[in-house]
Design a protein around this ligand. Structure first.
Ligand SMILES: [Fe+2]
Length: 396
C-alpha cells in the first residue's frame, strides 16, 4: 500500500510557474504556499527574506501521486508553460465575469490573448495540454472546487484541442474558445438557478428560462463587449444538436456552425461527466461511449466525436484504468489509430510507461473511486440523454 511521502526542497530550487496540488510548509510546519497557487519569483524572494531557505512537500498517497506521475510524462517546460497559461486564463475569465457583473461592460482582450497562447501550446503537444487539464481537473474535484467558471474554461480548452485535431483554422479555434468560455455568462445573473430548492419549486418556469440562457448570454455579450456576430452565433448554438433536439431554437445540422458542433459535443461530454445540477458524474469512458452511440443516431456530429476521441482516447488522458492483469494505470497519451489502446503509466512501484498498442495488456475498464466519485452507467441508461440538463430524470 502506498504511504504518504515528504521531501525537503531548497527554496532556490523551486521552479517558477509550478502549481503544487498540496501545501508547501516551512520547517516548523507553517503553510508558506497554499495548494493550487502558482509559485513565482516574488514568492521566492519573500520566503528567502523571511529566512525560509527550504520547504517541505508532503504528497498524500492517493490521487496527487497519480497526477504527478501523469505530468512527469511530458516535457517539464511545456507542463510549466501550460500550467501558467491555465491559471492566467482562469484569472482572465474570472476578471471578465466580475467586471461584467459589476459594470455590465467588460473587455475580452486578456482572455483572447491567453487562448491564443493555449492554441500554440496545444498545437505543439495535444496530449500534454490534455494531461495538464486533467491534472487541474482532478485537483479541483478532490478539493470540491469545480465552479461554473472552471467548467466554462474546460469547455473552451477541450474544444480548442479537438479543433486542433480536426485541423480547423487558428482564428476559428480561438473564436470557438472564446465562445465556449463565455456562453454561460447569463447564468451569473440567475444565482437562483444554482439553488436546488428553487429549481424544484419552479420546475416548469425554470426549464423554460434556462433554455433561453444561450440567447441571453449572447445579448449580454453583445452589449458588454462588442464580440463579433460569428462568435455570438457560436454562443447561441452550443446546445443545438444536429437532429433538431437541442435548444434554444431546435436548429438542424445545416443551420449549425461547424465550430458550434464542436462546442456541442464537448459540452455534452462535460455535462455527462460533470453535471451542472446533478450530484455524481459518469466515468469519462462511459460518457464517450454514450456520445458515440448518439452520434451514430444523428444527435452529434460524427467527425467531431471522432476527433474528440482521437484527442482524448476512449479512456481519456488523466483517467485511471484497470488493466487485464489487475494492475492500475493512468492514461498519458492517446493512440490515434486505436482509441482503446492508449499509452499508460503503471501505478505500481515500477511507474513504467507502456504503449498498449505494443503490449499484450488490455484495459478492463475505468478504475472507480478517486476525485469526484464518478459512476458507471447501464446499457439502458445509454439511451437517456444525460447531457440534457432539462431532462426530468434523476438517476441517483
Ligand atoms: Fe450552457
Amino acid at each position: 500500500m502506498d504511504q504518504d511521502r515528504s521531501w525537503i526542497i531548497r527554496t532556490t530550487d523551486l521552479k517558477v510557474g509550478t502549481i503544487f496540488s498540496f501545501d508547501l510548509t516551512d520547517r516548523s510546519g507553517r503553510v508558506v504556499l497554499k495548494s493550487g497557487q502558482p509559485f513565482s519569483e516574488p514568492i521566492r524572494k519573500r520566503l528567502l527574506a523571511a529566512g525560509v531557505d527550504s520547504v517541505t512537500i508532503m504528497v498524500m498517497a492517493k490521487g496527487e501521486d497519480s497526477t504527478q506521475l501523469l505530468l512527469e510524462c511530458y516535457d517539464e517546460e511545456v507542463v510549466q508553460r501550460l500550467q501558467a497559461n491555465l491559471i492566467q486564463t482562469e484569472q482572465a475569465l474570472r476578471s471578465f465575469m466580475d467586471e461584467l457583473k459589476q459594470e455590465h461592460r467588460a473587455d475580452t482582450e486578456g482572455l483572447r490573448s491567453q487562448l491564443d497562447t493555449f492554441f500554440v501550446e496545444a498545437g505543439r503537444d495535444t496530449s500534454a495540454a490534455l494531461g495538464v487539464l486533467a491534472a487541474r481537473w482532478n485537483q479541483e474535484l478532490s478539493e470540491n472546487a469545480v465552479s461554473l467558471m472552471s467548467r466554462s474554461a474546460r469547455l473552451s480548452w477541450i474544444s480548442m484541442v479537438t479543433g486542433v485535431v480536426m485541423g480547423l483554422s487558428a482564428s476559428d479555434i480561438v473564436s470557438m474558445g472564446l465562445a465556449g468560455s463565455l456562453h454561460d455568462v447569463s447564468i451569473l445573473f440567475h444565482p437562483e438557478w444554482l439553488d436546488e430548492e428553487f429549481r424544484r419549486s419552479n420546475t416548469r418556469q425554470f426549464w423554460a428560462d434556462f433554455q433561453r440562457h444561450p440567447i441571453e448570454s449572447a445579448e449580454i455579450l453583445r452589449q458588454a463587449s462588442g464580440l463579433n456576430e460569428r462568435i455570438l452565433m457560436n454562443v447561441t448554438q452550443v446546445h443545438e444538436h444536429l437532429d433538431g433536439s437541442g435548444y434554444p431554437r431546435g436548429l438542424r445540422a445545416t443551420q449549425i456552425l461547424p465550430t458550434a458542433r464542436v462546442l456541442n459535443v464537448v459540452d455534452a461530454y462535460l455535462e455527462i461527466v460533470e453535471p451542472l445540477f446533478r450530484m455524481h458524474g459518469v466515468v469519462p469512458s462511459d460518457a464517450l461511449a454514450q456520445i458515440c452511440l448518439h452520434a451514430t443516431q444523428g444527435v452529434f456530429d460524427r467527425d467531431v466525436t471522432h476527433a474528440l476521441i482521437e484527442a482524448l482516447s476512449l479512456y481519456p488522458i488523466g483517467t485511471e484504468v484497470e488493466l487485464s492483469d489487475s494492475s492500475r494505470a493512468i492514461v498519458v497519451r492517446s493512440n490515434s489509430e486505436s482509441p482503446l489502446q492508449p499509452v499508460v503509466r503503471l501505478l505500481d512501484s515500477s511507474h513504467a510507461v507502456t504503449d498498449l498498442l505494443q503490449s499484450n495488456l488490455k484495459i478492463q475498464g475505468p478504475a472507480l473511486g478517486g476525485p469526484g466519485r464518478r459512476r458507471r452507467i447501464s446499457k439502458l441508461e445509454m439511451q437517456i440523454p444525460l447531457w440534457d440538463v432539462s431532462t426530468k430524470h434523476d438517476i441517483l
